[in-house]
Design a protein around this ligand. Structure first.
Ligand SMILES: Cc1ncc(COP(=O)(O)O)c(C=O)c1O
Length: 384
């Protein structure tokens, strides 16, 4: 049996974390520099550099940093004027932040099922959900695979809808050669600790339009107007600090290395898992670059061990995993039990199947070959 080293304690225990941040660039130097400069709050050189560097990397004209990806979604909706009476289409299979932020903005989330291969919103199911109230589509680039943007953008153009990309999980993914984050009227990123680029906590909205960027900046900072303490609209404190931006900038500088490591991990898993019966692996459609933020697998009947039991057995052997998201139509908070609660119930068979059968394997950038072999050995042992 392999002995797997816990990198934090360097003791020979068998523990493989699902994802741990790697901060091996100039993070420390930049944070110390920011500290020494005294610019520790929400203004400073690192904020400007981080916003510009990430917008440039994604082919967007403007970047507006904020405190997390959830706030980024709220800001994007508010800056585009999405609100009461509006409907926003989202995949049923997503993190709850998508639905919550639409609700918080006063609009109504409307669910669309996802594709069984990429786990992203299914463009063939979008039209049937469009009503006169539909204002925007919010595609989520799931687990690192880009959404099929051409048909989404075509439908949006045809119906005069905004596109707000949720790229929280897909830093560096490309579609037809262009990075995600540069397609929508706005695009939202998370820089939480498990993301490909992290600030610890952080987020950013990218936009092509200067007026949208200006509105994002205004709303991020309490909607302070030209006359101090006179506010024409309701804003928020969604600011990011210069210290967090210092970490983010150092991370962006190493994006290509990070993506190469993620790809190498995915290729190794692909090779090790290709003959495992009843296990579906992530795909990479033609014209797309999947960045494999998390290496997800779906356990079909042929696998021979159900998802919960598989995760428990792996946990007993020190292998951390996470189950896939539970779809929005199955969330207790959206069961419409009283008139104040959203009712998102309905049938979304692909999302439900993924939610019941998917899990992701350890996928951190620092994962070693020996750790991956150990993970796969333990996964295979669940079948016996
Ligand atoms: C698809 C998606 N959207 C939004 C978010 C929210 O980001 P944050 O955790 O930074 O608020 C996440 C976080 O993982 C996410 O996966």
């Amino acid at each position: 049996m392999h002995k797997v080293t816990d990198r934090r304690s360097s003791s020979p225990v068998r523990r493989v974390p699902v994802c741990a941040p790697v901060l091996d660039g100039r993070e420390r130097a930049y944070v110390l520099d920011a500290l020494d400069s005294g610019w520790v709050s929400s203004q400073g050189e690192y904020l400007d550099r981080f916003e510009q560097a990430w917008a440039r990397a994604c082919g967007a004209a403007h970047g507006v940093a904020c405190c997390n990806g959830t706030a980024a979604l709220h800001l994007a909706l508010k800056a585009l004027g999405v609100g009461p009476g509006d409907e926003v289409l989202i995949p049923a299979f997503t993190l709850i932040a998508s639905a919550n932020m639409i609700h918080l903005a006063g609009a109504k989330p409307v669910l669309v099922d996802v594709r069984p291969d990429t786990w992203c919103i299914d463009p063939r199911r979008i039209r049937e959900k469009i009503t006169p109230r539909t204002r925007a589509i919010m595609p989520v680039h799931m687990y690192g695979h880009p959404c099929d943007m051409d048909p989404i953008l075509a439908i949006a153009r045809e119906h005069g809808l905004y596109v707000i990309e949720d790229a929280a999980q897909a830093h560096g993914a490309t579609y037809q050669g262009r990075p995600v984050g540069g397609f929508g009227d706005a695009a939202c990123f998370s820089f939480y600790g498990n993301k490909i680029i992290t600030c610890g906590e952080g987020g950013m909205v990218l936009a092509q339009d200067a007026a949208v960027a200006e509105q994002l900046r205004l709303l991020r900072n309490q909607a302070f107007g030209p006359v101090r303490f006179v506010h024409d609209e309701m804003g928020f404190n969604y600011r990011l600090t210069n210290l967090q931006a210092a970490i983010g900038l150092a991370q962006v500088e190493r994006i290509q290395e990070k993506l190469a490591r993620k790809r190498a991990i995915a290729e190794r898993y692909d090779a090790l898992l290709k003959d495992v019966e009843g296990l579906r692996r992530p795909v990479e459609l033609r014209g797309c670059r999947n960045v494999y933020w998390m290496y997800g697998v779906v356990l079909e009947e042929g696998f021979g061990c159900e998802r919960g039991a598989t995760m428990s057995r792996l946990a007993e052997r020190g292998v951390e995993t996470r189950s896939f998201f539970i779809p929005m139509n199955q969330q207790p908070v959206f069961d419409g039990r009283d008139p104040h609660r959203l009712d998102l119930r309905g049938r979304y068979p692909v999302s439900e199947h993924l939610g019941a059968s998917g899990l992701y394997l350890p996928s951190g950038e620092g994962l070693t070959e020996a750790e991956q072999e150990y993970v796969v050995e333990q996964l295979r042992a669940c079948q016996r």
